[in-house]
Write a protein that binds this ligand. Structure first.
Ligand code: ADP
Ligand code: MG
Length: 832
C-alpha cells in the first residue's frame, strides 16, 4: 500500500524508486529463502512462481499508471502486453480452481463478528466477492508478502501485542463437514462438557464416552465370527486402547495366550501401553506391557502387548507361527510403514494354518476396502465417527520460513481466539526445538499481557516423562500448544485440541534406486495427511485448521496420498529378515503393494556385497548372524567385522552412539559459542565416529555422571539411552558368539571395521574441491557439525545423508581408498 501511495503521488522518478525498493525487498527475501527453507526444490520453485506473479501484478500496475502520463517505449509496451497476458492466464487459472470463490480475511477474531457479516452480505451481491478478491489481490501485490508482511491498515489494537508487528493473512476456504447427526445442541452440550467436566470424568466414564463403546458387543460378535476383521474408525474413537480390553473381557487371553497390538511408532506403543495399564489399574509391564527396539517392558504375566511393527517382525524369527498369541492387531494400518506392509503378508500366511488365531487390521481412514481385498474379502467393521466441522484456512501467499510462520500463527490464535488447545505439526525434533525456543522467547517478551501459554513438544526421542506432559489437562485460563511430529496425526490422540497449525511438511526416509542413495528428506505431505491433521481439531468441538500454504498449493502441489514406505526406502533390512524367515522368493512375496523389482535387486546386491547372501541368493552364516541384530545390515556387518579387527568394545560404543547421534550434543541458543567450543574439545582425528567414541569414553570415566554431561554440553538422556542400547547389543554379540575385544583405540582398526559395513557410503574429493559419491557420482557436502568440516580429506565414509537445502553427509570418517578393496573385494575392483 505504501509503495502504491508513493507511486500515485510522485512522478516517474519516485515510481522508479518505489519499484526498485519493492524489487530490492523481494530480492532480499529470495536471498534469504534458500538458507531458511527446508522444503523440496519443487515446492521452492513453485513458490518462486507464485512470488513472481505477485511481482508481475505490481509491475503491471506501475506501468498502467504510467500509461496515462507518458508514452512508453516500444520495448516497454511489448513487455507490458506480455505481462498482462501472462497475468490474465494466471488469473483464469486461479478462477477455475476450486478455491476461486474463497472468502478472504484475517483469522476472524471471536469478538470481531463484523467481518463475518461483511462477507455474508457481500455474497448476496453478484460479483462483489470476485471484485473484493481482485481488489485485495491487487492491493496485496503492492505489499510484501508472507509472514513478514507489513501491518494491515485496519489492524486491531491487539495485534500490536505481537512483538514484531507481523501477522499472517489467512484465507478461509472451506469447511470440512462434520457428522450430520450432531445437532447444534449437541455442540453446545459437548463443548460445555469438554471444557468443564471432561477433566473430572473418571477413566471409566471416559471409556464409556468413546465412539467404540456402544459397539462393544457387536464388535466382539464379529470377531468371534470371522478370523480376519478390518476395523475402521476416526482417530480417537478407541480402537487402540479399547478393542484389546474388550478382547480380554471376552476371554481371548484365558488360555494363557496373549494379544499383540502393533504400532508404527515407538512413542505410540509406549504411551498407549501406559494409558491402558492405567485404565486396567495395573502396573505397566505386568498385565499390559510394550516392546520396542532396545527396550522390552513386558513380563511373564503380560497378556496385552503393544509393540512396534518392527518388533513383531523380529518375533517371527523366534516364533514363526506366533503360537503364544491368540489375537494379532495390526494397528494404524493406513500408515503403511515398511514393517506393517511386510507383516500383512506374513500374518495372512500364518492365519491359513492357525485357524484359532484372530487377526484385526485397524485403520483410521479410507483404505479399508483395499485391506479387505488383500485379506480375501474380510469384512469391514466401521465405527461411526464423531466429528465436528472444521474450518480450513490457507495463507494468501507462500511462507518462506515455516517455523517462524508457526510461531506467528500460534500467537495470533492465542491473542485473537478463544481458549482451546493448539496442535502444531512440524517435521522433526530439530524443527520442534527451534519453534519452541522462538515461541518461548516471544511469549517471554509479551509478559503478562497475554494468558498463560503452555508449550508441550512431543517427538520420538523425547524422554517418557516429558511425553506424558502433553496428555496432562490444561489448567483453567491457560492454553496448551502441543508441537508434534507426524505422531499426532493418527497414532496418539490428545484431547481438547481446537486449533491445528499445519505447515504441510513431514520427514521421510527416501531411497533413490537410480543413485543408490537413501536420505532423510523434509517433503510436502499428501492431501490425505493434511485432511487427517485438520481432523485433529474437530474431535470435541468445531475446530479450525490453519494451513501455512496456499489453497493453490494444496490443489496442485500435494499428492493425493502418501506413497507406501515399501516403495520408497532401501529394502536391505527387510530382505535380510525375509530371507532368514526362509522366504526365498522375495520377488513373489504377497505384498499389498509390491516394491519395484529395481529396489529389490539393489537390496539383494547389497546383501550379497555385505556377505549376507551367497551367489545363489541364499543366506550365509554371516547373514544369519547379521539378522539377529535390530540394526541396518550395514551396521550389523560393521559390528561383526569388529571380530576381525579386534575392536568389539569400540564398535559396540560407536554403533550405540550412532543410534542416538543427532541428539548427543546440546546447543542452547544463548550459549551456542560455549557449546561449540565444548564440542570441539571432543574432536578426534579420523572423524565423527571416533569423536562419538571419545565422548562415550570420557562419560564412562566420569562414572556416567550427569554433572559431567552438563558441564560439557552433552545430552545426559541420550547418553543413558546409548548405554542401554550398548548393553543390548553386547548381549546380542554374545548370542551370535562373537568375541568382543578391545583394540585399545587403534584408530585404523576401528575405521576398517566401519568401512566393512559402510563401503557403499563413500565419497571422494574431486579436483574442484567438491565431494562426489564414489558410486553414483553425486555431489554431497560435509555437514557443518562434523569433526572433519574444516578438513579436506581425500576419501570419506559417511553414516547417513540428510537432505536439507543440500545433500549433507552426517557423521563422517576419513578412510584410505585401499581399505575398500580389502573389506569389499567383490564390490570394488582394483583399477587396471
Ligand atoms: P484410536 O486408536 O481410535 O485413535 P485411542 O484408543 O488411541 O483411539 O484413544 C481413545 C481415547 O483414549 C482418546 O480420545 C483419549 O481420550 C484417550 N487416550 C488415549 N491415549 C491416552 C493417553 N496416553 N493419555 C490420556 N488419554 C489417552
Ligand atoms: Mg490408534
Amino acid at each position: 500500500e505504501k509503495t502504491r501511495n508513493i507511486a500515485v503521488k510522485s512522478d516517474r522518478k519516485g515510481l522508479e524508486e518505489a519499484s526498485k525498493r519493492l524489487k530490492l525487498e523481494t530480492e532480499d527475501q529470495t536471498l534469504v529463502i534458500p538458507q531458511l527453507r527446508k522444503e523440496s526444490r519443487r515446492q521452492y520453485l513453485a513458490k518462486r512462481k507464485d512470488d513472481q506473479l505477485t511481482l508481475l501484478e505490481a509491475a503491471i500496475a506501475d506501468e498502467e499508471y504510467l500509461f496515462g502520463k507518458e508514452k512508453l517505449t516500444e520495448s516497454e509496451q511489448k513487455r507490458h502486453d506480455y505481462n498482462k497476458k501472462i497475468l490474465e492466464l494466471a488469473r483464469q487459472h486461479d478462477r477455475v480452481s476450486e478455491f476461486a470463490n474463497v472468502q478472504r480475511y484475517h483469522i476472524p477474531s471471536e469478538e470481531q463478528t463484523e467481518e463475518y457479516k461483511e462477507v455474508d452480505e457481500g455474497e448476496k451481491v453478484p460479483n462483489s466477492e470476485q471484485r473484493k478478491w481482485e481488489e485485495e489481490r491487487l492491493g496485496s501485490a503492492m505489499l510484501r508478502f508472507g509472514a513478514k508482511d507489513a501491518k494491515q491498515q485496519n489492524q486491531s489494537k491487539e495485534y500490536d501485542l505481537i512483538v514484531d508487528g507481523i501477522e499472517i493473512d489467512f484465507v478461509k476456504a472451506l469447511t470440512l463437514a462434520g457428522d450430520d447427526d450432531i445437532s447444534q445442541d449437541d455442540h453446545d452440550e459437548n463443548r460445555h462438557m469438554t471444557e468443564k467436566d471432561l477433566k473430572k470424568l473418571s477413566i471409566e466414564e471416559t471409556r464409556r464416552s468413546l465412539p467404540v463403546y456402544p459397539f462393544k458387543d457387536d464388535l466382539i460378535a464379529a470377531i468371534n465370527d470371522h478370523q480376519v476383521l478390518i476395523i475402521e474408525g476416526e482417530t480417537g474413537s478407541g480402537k487402540t486402547t479399547q478393542v484389546p480390553q474388550y478382547l480380554i473381557d471376552a476371554g481371548y487371553t484365558k488360555d494363557g495366550k496373549k494379544i499383540g497390538c502393533t504400532q508404527p511408532r515407538r512413542v505410540a506403543a509406549m504411551s498407549v501401553a501406559a494409558r491402558v495399564a492405567e485404565e486396567m489399574n495395573t502396573k505397566l509391564g505386568s498385565l499390559v506391557g510394550y516392546s520396542i527396539r532396545f527396550e522390552d517392558c513386558t513380563s511373564e504375566k503380560t497378556i496385552l502387548k503393544y509393540m512396534t511393527d518392527g518388533m513383531l517382525l523380529r518375533e517371527f524369527l523366534g516364533e514363526p507361527d506366533l503360537a503364544s498369541y491368540s489375537v494379532i492387531i495390526i494397528d494404524e494400518a493406513h500408515e503403511r510403514t515398511l514393517h506393517t506392509d511386510i507383516l500383512f503378508g506374513l500374518v495372512k500366511d500364518i492365519a491359513r494354518f492357525r485357524p484359532d488365531l484372530k487377526l484385526l487390521i485397524s485403520s483410521a481412514t479410507l483404505d479399508a476396502e483395499k485391506f479387505s481385498d488383500f485379506f480375501d474379502g474380510a469384512p469391514v467393521f466401521r465405527i461411526p465417527g464423531r466429528r465436528f466441522p472444521v474450518d480450513i484456512y490457507y495463507t494468501k501467499a507462500p511462507e518462506a520460513d515455516y517455523i517462524d510462520a508457526c510461531v506467528v500463527t500460534i500467537l495470533q490464535i492465542h491473542i485473537t481466539q478463544k481458549l482451546g488447545d493448539i496442535l502444531v505439526f512440524l517435521p522433526g525434533q530439530e524443527e520442534i526445538e527451534q519453534c519452541q525456543e522462538l515461541l518461548q522467547e516471544r511469549v517471554r517478551r509479551l509478559g503478562t499481557r497475554v494468558k498463560e501459554l503452555l508449550i508441550r513438544p512431543i517427538y520420538a526421542n523425547l524422554p517418557t516423562d516429558m511425553q506424558a506432559q502433553v496428555f496432562e489437562p490444561t489448567p483453567p485460563n491457560a492454553r496448551k500448544v502441543v508441537i508434534a511430529t507426524n505422531i499426532a496425526e493418527t497414532s496418539i490422540t490428545i484431547d481438547n485440541i481446537i486449533y491445528v497449525i499445519d505447515p504441510g511438511y513431514c520427514k521421510q526416509n527416501s531411497f533413490n534406486p537410480r543413485t543408490g542413495m537413501e536420505s532423510l528428506v523434509v517433503v510436502p505431505i499428501s492431501k490425505a495427511s493434511a485432511n487427517q491433521r485438520a481432523g485433529r481439531s474437530g474431535r470435541i468441538a468445531p475446530g479450525k485448521c490453519f494451513r501455512l500454504f496456499t489453497a493453490w498449493a494444496f490443489q496442485n502441489e500435494l499428492e493425493d496420498s502418501t506413497v507406501p514406505e515399501i516403495q520408497r526406502v532401501h529394502l536391505g533390512n527387510v530382505v535380510l529378515m525375509l530371507k532368514s524367515l526362509g522366504i526365498n522368493d522375495i520377488i513373489h512375496f504377497d505384498y499389498l503393494d509390491p516394491p519395484s523389482s529395481e529396489a529389490l535387486i539393489i537390496a539383494l546386491e547389497q546383501l550379497y556385497a555385505l556377505g549376507a547372501l551367497n551367489h545363489l541368493g541364499e543366506l550365509t552364516r554371516l547373514g544369519r548372524r547379521m539378522a539377529e541384530f535390530p540394526l541396518d545390515p550395514m551396521m550389523s556387518r560393521a559390528l561383526l567385522a569388529s571380530e576381525k579387527y579386534n575392536c568389539g568394545e569400540e564398535m559396540l560404543t560407536i554403533c550405540s552412539m550412532l543410534s542416538v547421534n543427532s541428539s548427543v550434543f546440546y546447543r542452547p541458543k544463548d550459549k551456542a559459542v560455549f557449546a561449540d567450543t565444548a564440542r570441539k574439545r571432543f574432536f578426534m582425528a579420523g572423524g565423527d565416529h571416533l569423536t562419538l567414541l571419545n565422548v562415550y569414553k570420557q562419560w564412562m570415566d566420569s562414572a556416567y555422571s550427569k554433572q559431567w554431561c552438563m558441564e560439557n554440553f552433552i545430552q545426559y538422556r541420550s547418553m543413558c539411552r546409548a548405554r542401554d542400547v550398548r548393553d543390548q547389543l553386547e548381549k546380542l554379540m554374545e548370542r551370535v558368539e562373537a568375541e568382543v575385544k578391545s583394540c585399545d583405540n587403534d584408530n585404523v582398526a576401528i575405521r576398517k571395521a566401519v568401512t566393512s559395513g559402510y563401503f557403499y557410503h563413500t565419497a571422494k574429493l574431486n579436483k574442484g574441491g567438491n565431494y562426489r559419491t564414489i558410486k553414483g557420482n553425486n555431489t554431497v557436502l560435509i555437514h557443518p557439525n562434523s569433526t572433519l568440516f574444516d578438513e579436506q580429506a581425500q576419501c570419506l565414509l559417511y553414516h547417513e545423508l540428510v537432505m536439507t537445502t543440500k545433500e549433507y553427509m552426517r557423521q563422517v570418517i576419513e578412510i584410505n581408498p585401499s581399505w575398500l578393496l580389502e573389506v569389499a573385494p567383490h564390490y570394488y575392483k582394483p583399477k587396471d
